[in-house]
Design a protein around this ligand. Structure first.
Ligand code: ATP
Ligand code: MG
Ligand code: MG
Length: 590
């Protein structure tokens, strides 16, 4: 195996490990009781990372980057990675999303359960399990004079926050006593105030140049049922308050997030310091590190916009094969290994950049090339009739032809199919008058039908509209592939085909990019305006007989055409449905 290229996160972890920065973390004990915690054994995991999605949508290719990064670092440094639901926002969350997220992470090849010497060291976590602790932490901040209940209106709060050019203005509620704040906070908790009537704010500095430190809101009122805690709470912690606490309670060492959160880091550290001071959390605290999010050309990676595509019917669902969701990519024919390879290749930096879509497709081709069984399929079929078949071979006879399942893996065996008087070929493999450099069928030209015989084209029959109804050719005797002397006649063209006798009709879905612009939503552009109206075309193709009975999800290289997958949901024995995952060559520039 090649040595993994280093990156700034690996360097940080390696340096931390060398300097034992996170070595003194105790494990077990009561979460949120620092003294009790410190009495527990040392954490056997040298590093702890986490993947913390909010269960408010389906995971997409950007999340795959974060999953591969966090689970991959844990694996490479002998640590663990927590699967955690950041489920602090009840209104947008749903169990449907919870299940789909777990499914996606597992499918990508990662596991959240870890054991060390027979003891569980990591499992599935959910932030809502810590609501009790978060509430206590908030009361502590109030008692210590670090938080206050603000009852300004949302508009007043916004106006008084100031902006980059001017400092904020202190709230008239800022100097309430801890006792008064505590009473108001409990009134919030007890449901005495309606949504929006008050928020709990950290008391930091309304003139801080970093606006995130201008007394950020840490708790708000939401009379909403939570998919996990039901109606236990009518106040919910804000993400910026909840997230550092989740990390600390789980003994996370390196809390890796995307660069949008860089400006939140000072608050993350502020909160850790306050709660360690108060004896609620143990030292050393986790540290936040940021990397640049994945931007992929022709792709949108915003859950909100992806939801819009689904809800407005621009695609057929979250798992539409044109969607950059993990379920969509899976259905399109992507393998977990291809997505892992992609994430490895793009690496991790702090630079703003766009990854070319061809990088994703290249990873799929590179993964499938050595794995996918080969098959012949005719996507735009026209009949080919061998006019001397009856005379040479006998009316009604068929001739069995064979080919390797995979050209480089003889151990995978061989496949067979029938050559006969009538065959299906690609409409584009015939021309009355050949363009320059065209070596396929035209009157008088000889080509090889791959794994079959050499034929000599006679011409084509047309209907009243000029549409070709059949191409006609003569079989050239003694040219069958794999027989002695088969190569005596040299031909420049080799074409693929499927026998009319044993070929099976299949629905084939040909996908193209969903957007016609490389950066569909950059700069606030209306991404719907660049939806590609031709992102899906469905054809009736003919495929090799063996494909009719393949398993849903099976991947193939259709020779000359690309990689295809039997649709996970719609493919059935006797009713084959294939999706084109990717063409054989990079065609983005076409
Ligand atoms: P979205 O913006 O699509 O709603 P999000 O960031 O709100 O995504 P979360 O569920 O909060 O989604 O994300 C879980 C993790 O995935 C976070 O750590 C986040 O940083 C990471 N992540 C999300 N989008 C990307 C991306 N495009 N590239 C890399 N990591 C991402
Ligand atoms: Mg989020
Ligand atoms: Mg987001």
């Amino acid at each position: 195996d090649a040595v993994k290229p280093s990156n700034f996160l690996r360097q940080i972890i390696e340096s931390d490990l060398a300097h034992h920065v996170h070595a003194n973390r105790h494990w077990g004990g009561t979460p949120g009781d620092a003294a009790h915690h410190a009495a527990g054994p040392l954490d056997p995991a040298p590093v702890r990372l986490r993947f913390p999605p909010e269960p408010n949508g389906y995971l997409h290719i950007g999340h795959a980057k974060s999953i591969c990064l966090n689970f991959g670092l844990a694996r490479d440094y002998g640590g663990v990675c927590h699967m955690r639901f950041d489920d602090t926002n009840p209104e947008k969350e749903d169990l449907e999303y919870v299940e789909s997220i777990l499914d996606a992470v597992q499918w990508l090849g990662f596991h959240w359960d870890s054991e060390y010497q027979g003891q569980k060291t990591a499992h599935l976590y959910q932030a809502s399990d810590y609501f009790g602790f978060m509430y206590r932490a908030a009361e502590y901040l109030i008692e210590a004079g670090h938080a206050y209940v603000d009852e300004q209106s949302a508009d007043e709060m916004r106006a008084n926050r100031g902006d980059f050019s001017k400092p904020g203005v202190n709230s008239p509620f800022r100097d309430r006593s801890p006792a008064e704040n505590l009473a108001r906070f409990r009134a919030m908790r007890d449901g005495q105030l309606p949504d929006g009537a008050a928020v709990l704010r950290a008391k930091i500095d309304m003139a801080a140049p970093n606006i995130n430190l201008r007394d950020p809101a840490i708790y708000r009122i939401k009379h909403a049922e939570h998919h996990h805690t039901g109606n236990t709470w009518c106040i919910y912690p804000m993400y910026t308050f909840a997230h550092p606490i989740e990390d600390a309670l789980e003994n996370i060492t390196h809390s890796i997030c995307t660069l949008e959160f860089e400006d939140q880091r000072p608050f993350y550290d502020w909160l850790m310091e306050r709660l360690i001071e108060g004896g609620l959390l143990a030292s050393p605290p986790p540290k936040q590190y940021e990397f640049s999010r994945l931007n992929l050309t022709y792709v949108i990676t915003s859950k909100r916009k992806l939801a819009q595509l689904v809800n407005e019917g621009h695609v057929q669902g979250w798992d539409d094969p044109r969607m950059p969701t993990i379920v969509g990519l899976r259905r399109r024919g992507y393998s977990p290994e291809a997505l892992q390879l992609f994430c490895e290749r793009i690496g991790v930096t702090k630079d703003y950049s766009w990854i070319d879509y061809s990088t994703l497709e290249g990873a799929l081709r590179d993964d499938l090339d050595s794995k996918a069984a080969r098959a012949m399929a005719v996507l735009d079929p026209v009949k080919l009739v061998i006019t001397n078949w009856d005379e040479l071979m006998g009316a009604g006879t068929l001739d069995t032809c064979g080919a390797p399942v995979h050209p480089h893996h003889p151990e995978l065996g061989r496949r067979s199919f029938q050559f006969g008087k009538e065959l299906w070929i690609e409409r584009g493999d015939y021309e009355d008058v050949p363009p320059k450099g065209y070596h396929r069928l035209y009157p008088g030209n000889k080509v090889r039908l791959k794994y079959g015989h050499v034929i000599e084209c006679q011409g084509a029959v047309r209907d009243a509209n000029g549409q070709i109804t059949e191409v006609q050719a003569l079989l050239v005797p003694d040219t069958k592939s794999g027989t002695p002397g088969a190569d005596a006649i040299k031909v420049k063209g080799v074409i693929t085909w499927v026998g009319a006798a044993d070929g099976v009709a299949a629905e084939v879905r040909l996908y193209d990019r969903l957007f016609s612009e490389a950066q569909p939503d950059a700069g606030g552009k209306d991404f719907l305006a660049s939806l590609n109206p031709n992102s899906l075309s469905t054809v009736t193709a003919y495929v090799e007989p063996a494909l009719a009975s393949c398993a849903a999800g099976a991947q193939f290289q259709f020779e000359r055409h690309g990689y295809f997958v039997a649709d996970r949901l719609d493919h059935q024995p006797g009713q084959p449905v294939f999706n084109r995952a990717v063409g054989l060559k990079d065609s983005w520039g076409k």
